[in-house]
Write a protein of this length. Structure first.
Length: 77
């Protein structure tokens, strides 16, 4: 059972914190080349700042608790 929680995408900061942020920041932008897209994503993540990453990391215990309460089921915000 522990394996189920450890592998839960609901606990991955990239899924619940980073991807939503990048999606919102880059909404409406279009890139012809993959290199240009990769550069834009890197710039977006660099510009996010230390506090942004700190918040994502400190949300982990709360997300873990929700995941445990739901027996590993998907956790929506």
């Amino acid at each position: 059972m522990l394996q189920r929680y450890r592998d839960s995408p609901d606990l991955a900061p990239s899924d619940y914190h980073l991807f939503g942020f990048v999606k919102n920041q880059m909404r409406g932008q279009h890139y012809e080349m993959n290199d240009a897209l990769q550069t834009a994503v890197r710039q977006c993540l660099r510009a996010a700042g230390t506090e942004f990453y700190r918040k994502g990391i400190f949300k982990l215990p709360e997300r873990w608790e929700k995941c445990v309460q739901r027996n590993g089921d998907y956790v929506e915000k």
